[in-house]
Write a protein that binds this ligand. Structure first.
Ligand SMILES: [Zn+2]
Length: 147
């Protein structure tokens, strides 16, 4: 009999399943799916492992311990940063800290900015208090001030 792994992918309260022919391909599939959907607030992927005889559940690609294509992941690509960035955007309503405009109301692009620059204060790179939301206009203004 051919081995089949049924993976359940959950996005909030929505579920769907995918079938894989081996546990390894299931894990690869989960890894890729989690990476692609990390921007969503509540996701998980699970399957029953015949090898371990238990349910495996993941909500983060790093849990799969797949080989990263680059050993040294760029800071802005790191999952720690991406999660924190998302948290800041959601809790502060995508609102620019300087001009108070929001993405939803004013159709502006916003970014999460380090108040104390990461180059000089690497220890504050993931400190919530050191982060602010800026729209692109204000962020450009801030950069000009620094020169
Ligand atoms: Zn602004």
């Amino acid at each position: 009999m051919e081995l089949q792994i049924e993976v359940t992918l959950r996005d909030g309260t929505k579920y769907r399943t995918r079938k894989y022919k081996s546990e390894l391909s299931a894990k690869r599939g989960i890894f890729k799916w989690l990476e692609q959907h990390q921007h969503l607030p509540d996701i998980s992927a699970s399957y029953f492992s015949p090898e371990l005889r238990q349910h495996q559940s993941f909500d983060h690609p790093e849990q799969l311990q797949m080989a990263q294509p680059q050993a040294n992941v760029d800071f802005y690509q790191s999952s720690a940063w991406r999660k924190l960035r998302l948290q800041v955007l959601q809790t502060r309503e995508h609102r620019c800290a300087i001009c108070n405009r929001t993405q939803a109301e004013h159709n502006i692009a916003v970014e999460v900015d380090h108040i104390k620059p990461r180059s000089k204060y690497p220890e504050l790179a993931l400190a919530l208090d050191n982060l602010q939301i800026l729209c692109l206009d204000c962020n450009r203004g801030k950069a000009d001030d620094e020169y």
